[in-house]
Write a protein that binds this ligand. Sequence first.
Ligand code: SF4
Ligand code: SF4
Length: 263
Amino acid sequence: MVIDSIPMVVGMAYAIIATLMIVVLLRRGKFNKRVGYVFLVVSTLFGFLVFAPMLPYQFQTIILGNTKQLGAPVALAVVVLVAFVVLAFMFGKAFCGYVCPIGTLQELIYHIPTKKVRIKNKVFPVAFRFVFFVAFIVVALVSSVGLLKYLGVRDFFYLDVSSAFFYVFLALLIISPFLYRPFCRFLCPYGVLLSLAAIKSRFKLRRNENCIDCKKCGEVCPTNEAGRTDLKQECYLCNRCKYVCPVDGIDYTGKEVSVQQKA
Ligand code: SF4
Ligand code: SF4
């Protein structure tokens, strides 16, 4: 279904505009479930129609030096990849949350009401993804092979059902109603960079002085990042914590409320 005549820069421009809009809406407290769904659906459609902004795949293409496949000038693609790491450093993972089609498709599927599997150990997914990241880089540099191909990212969004790799990505989607974002949390090489940047992001979802420590946010957070001191490196800004809070105790803010201040 990907329309090759639409240049990828269209997807990249969408990514920048959408990410900045999301940040502004979050800052102004105007982001809600309905707005979130609109971004999730539009971004997913971009994936199927333009195969952009597929930044994990573009990251792989650049590592491989396969500039022909890029569909955009190399310098522009590098600037965009770096720009989104900088944006994650400032505003958290808004791109992953609502703009990357790979992430948005998994996020939409996770909304299917089923029993959810929560991995309590926070280190395991991060460590697994880091090991995959190292393997991804080594295999790309040594053998010029892009592992994302074998995960079916391109074949799935191109709806190439004749490719065996299509079914690898399909399998990841089949577990996505139960397990939150398996690709993002366990495999995405570009997500490693965005997560590292998000650790130090200025703006995050933070508990404010209204918080009564009811722990409801922690119960709904699929990545165990809702705690007061959590780094939010795996926070996808899904807002589940904010929506469930009974006292409006969470803000998307650059200001930390210290525990003493709260007490
Ligand atoms: S972690 Fe990777 S695949 Fe998931 S949303 Fe972020 S960039 Fe996309
Ligand atoms: S529930 Fe809150 S802390 Fe957890 S991932 Fe979603 S937005 Fe981030």
